[in-house]
Ligand binder design. Structure first.
Ligand code: NAD
Length: 354
């Protein structure tokens, strides 16, 4: 029982269901927007073009250049396209990379955003923008970054490959893991995170067995919304910092990096806050939160070692240096040697605590 808390009651309009993509035009109208630029990655350009056709006059064009970790060069090109198009809004159709591009445009132009997430990464409910410039990822929070509207359409997640389904779900679980011990957590966020853990624990094995299962896809997207909401309400700590170090400075893929680090960062912080992380230990079994997540990751075929994203043992020293460059809060105090040891475990890939 939390004896005191602050719940800021943030407002993002959420439309959740199957076939909800068809409501994109109505949602733009609700925002008072007559024209929007559609954003996607090159991989999802066809879906973006289909949405543009469906939106008719409301579509001001498609910019299909979104890339992972939101490089500022891409944002500059997208802003040029946005300004030329005469749009007042962006519609981001895709995973966290596309949502990130929409946020980067909105921050610089005041464009309204309709985010339509197609992974479980969870950027859509947050006021966080991570951008990469000259090999460094910097993260900022600003209310102007938060999308006005989020449309979750379960049907769009049916094409998500099994590998990305698994790592993206682990990425979502990482938001909940850090929310459980965040100093600014609240009972509503804790309830959402607990429910999300159960949904992923039962839903992810079902999805691996049947990636087209509408029921399991619905459960997973619901859980992703819970975890994204948590990320949007609370502060993150060591786990997210380390993921950003690898993504920003070693260009490792976002979801895999989170998935690999998660059991090790959880085990590291569990030493300091075992009660806070008890919901994870309860959901995943295995006697501890870190061990339970490692077991779950093994069961669902999630990568377990930094070697799997191309990190060499020599890279660990530079990563540890970068991770301790700035101070940030974490439930367990640490120094560079602690981080270097944690990274070694994540590189070795052995079950934490055994
Ligand atoms: P992604 O958006 O880069 O997508 C990975 C690939 O999968 C892309 O090629 C994409 O087009 C494709 N894809 C996406 N959905 C698909 C689908 N349903 N079917 C088939 N293919 C699909 O990957 P991601 O993991 O969703 O997002 C990673 C990015 O999001 C990183 O840049 C990260 O920093 C950012 N992020 C930001 C926040 C935040 O709050 N600021 C939170 C989470 C992630």
């Amino acid at each position: 029982m939390m004896e005191s808390f602050v719940f800021p009651g943030l407002t993002t309009r959420v439309v959740f269901g199957s076939g909800t993509l068809a409501q994109a035009g109505d949602e733009l109208e609700r925002l008072g927007q007559s024209r929007a630029l559609i954003l996607s990655t090159p991989h999802q350009e066809d879906e973006a073009q289909r949405l543009a056709e469906a939106l008719g006059k409301r579509a001001a064009g498609v910019f299909a250049g979104a890339a992972m970790h939101t490089p500022v060069e891409v944002t500059q090109k997208a802003i040029a396209a946005y300004e030329k198009s005469g749009a007042g809004a962006v519609v981001s159709l895709g995973g966290g990379s596309t949502t990130g591009l929409g946020k980067a445009i909105a921050l610089r132009t005041s464009a309204d955003q309709v985010a339509i997430p197609t992974t479980y990464a969870g950027s859509e409910m947050t006021d966080i923008l991570g951008e990469t410039s000259e090999g460094r990822k910097t993260t900022r929070r600003d209310p102007a970054i938060r999308p006005e509207t989020v449309i979750y359409d379960v049907d769009l997640t049916r094409t998500l490959p099994v590998g990305l389904t698994v790592t993206s779900a682990m990425n979502a679980i990482a938001h909940a893991m850090e929310a459980f011990y965040a100093p600014d957590r609240s009972p509503v966020i804790e309830l959402m995170c607990r429910d999300a853990m159960q949904a992923f624990k039962t839903g992810l094995p079902q999805l691996i067995a049947d990636p087209q299962s509408q029921q399991a896809r619905t459960r997973a997207l619901y859980a992703a919304w819970c975890c994204s909401t948590a990320l949007g309400y609370v502060s993150m700590a060591l786990h997210h910092k380390l993921a950003h170090v690898f993504g920003g400075s070693f260009d490792t893929p976002h979801a895999e990096t989170h998935a690999i680090l998660l059991p090790y960062t959880t085990a590291f912080n569990e030493v300091a806050v075992p009660e806070a992380l008890a919901p994870i230990a309860e959901a995943f079994g295995g006697g501890s939160a870190g061990g339970g997540l490692w077991d779950f990751a093994s069961e669902v075929g999630s990568p377990l070692s930094l070697q799997e994203v191309g990190i060499s043992e020599a890279d660990l020293d530079r990563a540890a240096d970068l991770a301790v460059e700035n101070r940030y809060s974490n439930p367990r105090p640490f120094d560079r040697a602690d981080i270097r040891a944690l990274l070694q475990q994540a590189w070795d890939g052995a079950r934490p605590g055994s």
